[in-house]
Design a protein around this ligand. Sequence first.
Ligand code: 5GP
Length: 121
Amino acid sequence: MIYDENNIFAKILIGEIPCKKIYEDDYVLSFYDINPQKKIHALVIPKGKYIDLDDFSEKASSEEMVGLLKGINKVAKKLGISVDTGKGYRALANISEHGGQEVPHLHFHLFGGEKVGKMVE
Ligand code: 5GP
């Protein structure tokens, strides 16, 4: 599968479409989901062009991998939902068709601010 340069998160990354930014560094951009499913619903995306977690795991550099995980932790801390700043959260990545992925740029959903509920419906 080829990365779709016109996907909505690619456009957010280059500033063509606005977002409610939470955090940004060399490796990640984080912003609020436009259609929140929980009290707090953030998205964390790598800056590199990766379609999904499998694509990222196969092609990303070690630096990018560390950057993404550290980014998730920084966002959780900033939102007050990390283990040390709050009561925890769920990090979730949908992968391709059966995973229910809609936007073909790797993203982690961070859900928190309340009990998140059942793991899978
Ligand atoms: P997926 O189903 O691919 O895991 O999740 C895609 C997420 O992106 C959905 O939760 C959806 O609400 C969110 N989303 C789609 N378009 C936009 C947008 O233009 N801006 C923001 N902030 N979120 C979006």
